[in-house]
Design a protein around this ligand. Structure first.
Ligand SMILES: CCCCCCCCCC(=O)SCCNC(=O)CCNC(=O)[C@H](O)C(C)(C)COP(=O)(O)OP(=O)(O)OC[C@H]1O[C@@H](n2cnc3c(N)ncnc32)[C@H](O)[C@@H]1OP(=O)(O)O
Length: 217
């Protein structure tokens, strides 16, 4: 994605706080942003005129450099789950994950959460529209963050997704989540994706069960 994440919290109610990573001026953030730019440019470039042989060679060279410096996956996972944890690496908000939009999710004073993003070509489903699986991914994760914000979280047991209208690419979208109730270990959480005009494109009802998978150590 080439749309930079909005870290200002502009448009969020006063008192909102970021619950997921915000960009740092770190080489890994810049490298990941460049990788997102490459993904989008590869989709958009003119197949006949761009020198894709050279591109393939240079990208493979970059991958070889990164792989030469990669520790064992298990050690990397211990590292990932320490410190700031998943929010820098997950596939929705992770600033170190080139497939993440990335989205920044804010906790609002009313107990709900919200993120704003513009989705572009790599996540296209129907022509000019967001892929339905990507919408479900965005909402599953946002509901998980809503549960964290509400103080009781768990694993997704069910996600009931309703697609009301096509979700447009290239337009600002609001991703909302709110924990509705807790009943023993069962947590019910809802959310939606809206256009800037407030039209609901996708809504979800999630059932989460309070269960933790241990962090790698
Ligand atoms: C800031 C960082 C934020 C990070 C956010 C990350 C969000 C990401 C969210 C995810 O992607 S989680 C990954 C996707 N989910 C999974 O992989 C879950 C896989 N399934 C399981 O691990 C288990 O099936 C599950 C934890 C959901 C439930 O197993 P348990 O053995 O712990 O539950 P148990 O069978 O004891 O059931 C507890 C209650 O939940 C109910 N239940 C369990 N699974 C259900 C289900 N699928 N549908 C309906 N009800 C269900 C069950 O009937 C029962 O109800 P009662 O208490 O009333 O008897």
């Amino acid at each position: 994605m080439t749309t930079p994440a909005d870290t200002s919290g502009a448009g969020m109610p006063a008192g909102s706080v970021p619950l997921t990573s915000v960009p740092q001026d770190a080489p890994v953030d810049r490298a990941t942003a460049a990788a997102r730019r490459v993904v989008e440019a590869l989709l958009l470039t003119d197949r006949a005129n761009a020198n894709l042989e050279r591109v393939a060679e240079e990208l493979n060279g970059i991958a070889e450099h990164l792989e030469q410096h990669a520790p064992a996956v298990r050690d990397r996972m211990v590292d990932m789950w320490g410190g700031e944890g998943v929010t820098r690496h997950d596939p929705v908000t992770g600033l170190e994950n080139a497939i993440a939009l990335p989205l920044i999710v804010y906790g609002l004073p009313d107990g709900s959460v919200r993120g704003e993003t513009t989705v572009t070509i790599p996540y296209q489903g129907p022509p000019g529209c967001v892929h339905g699986g990507v919408s479900a991914l965005l909402l599953d994760h946002t509901l998980g963050v809503a549960n964290m914000w509400a103080g009781r979280d768990g694993m997704t047991a069910q996600l009931n997704v309703r697609y009301h209208r096509p979700t447009p690419l290239f337009e600002p979208l609001q991703i909302n989540g709110r924990q509705e109730s807790v009943d023993g270990r069962k947590i019910r959480t809802t959310g939606d994706i809206r256009t800037a005009e407030g039209e609901v494109c996708v809504s979800v009802e999630g059932l989460f069960v309070d269960k933790k998978v241990p962090r790698p150590r």
